[in-house]
Design a protein around this ligand. Structure first.
Ligand SMILES: N[C@@H](CCC(=O)N[C@@H](CS)C(=O)NCC(=O)O)C(=O)O
Length: 218
């Protein structure tokens, strides 16, 4: 059976896990933390999670995993059927990840792990996040889902990425920085009504301590 490899605190891992659950695909989870060992890099060439292990064949990069799941398991589609709307949905995911999550990630060491980022890193992130938030504001629908009227992969990404991005920018850049970034409460509440979201949230909470132990040993 296909294995989703990673750990339950990772936003990218949870994005793919929600897609698997919502699509009703059978899978197992293999708990692994990011590493740079030869053995790990053979499975995930950047040493990151998540990756899928399909009978010993591994595939990395969460968005590639999403595309694979949609190709291999078309029965319950999580993209809109119209090609333009599909592209808009992918556009939204890419904007969240490239223009919000990646710049916010440069702040995580200070926001979550007791580190300190340089003034230059902070200034660069602030600038990137400002542009990213404005772009995101132009694209996102919240109608009520992020890409429109139906639940899509963009929700799998947004639900797990946006709160982390907002928390990191608030912690490091201050209250004002996040005005356009925090997802509306009503959106989060709606998502939290989904049983699979509840399961993932509970497993994330349960896995938090082990993750912090991994971080402190690095
Ligand atoms: N673009 C990657 C990002 C994955 C990613 O950044 N994963 C984090 C955990 S949330 C990780 O493995 N970090 C370890 C590292 O950067 O070495 C994806 O979409 O899968």
């Amino acid at each position: 059976m296909m294995k989703l490899c990673g750990f339950p605190v990772s936003n990218y891992y949870n994005k793919v896990k929600l897609a698997l659950l919502e699509k009703d695909i059978a899978f197992q989870e293999e708990k692994v933390f990011p590493a740079q060992s030869e053995a790990f890099l053979a499975r995930s060439p950047m040493g990151k999670v998540p990756f899928l292990d399909i009978g010993g064949q591994s595939i990395a990069e969460s968005q590639v995993l999403i595309e694979y799941l949609e190709d291999a398991y078309p029965a319950l589609p999580l993209y809109p059927s119209d090609p333009i709307q599909r592209a808009k949905c992918r556009e939204l995911i890419q904007f969240i990840e490239l223009h919000l999550e990646l710049p916010a990630r440069t702040l995580y060491s200070q926001a979550f792990f007791g580190g300190k980022v340089s003034d230059e890193t902070r200034a660069r992130a602030a600038d990137a996040l400002k542009r990213g938030a404005s772009a995101f504001g132009r694209l996102v629908k919240f109608a009520p889902y992020v890409a429109g009227t139906t639940f899509t992969y963009a929700d799998c990404a947004a639900y797990f990425h946006l709160p982390v991005i907002a928390r990191a920018s608030k912690a490091v850049l201050g209250e004002d920085a996040i005005a356009d970034l925090a997802p509306p409460r009503a959106y989060l509440d709606m998502m939290k009504q989904r049983p699979h979201v509840q399961r993932i949230d509970a497993e994330r909470t349960a896995g938090a301590q082990e993750f912090m132990e991994y971080v402190s040993k690095r």
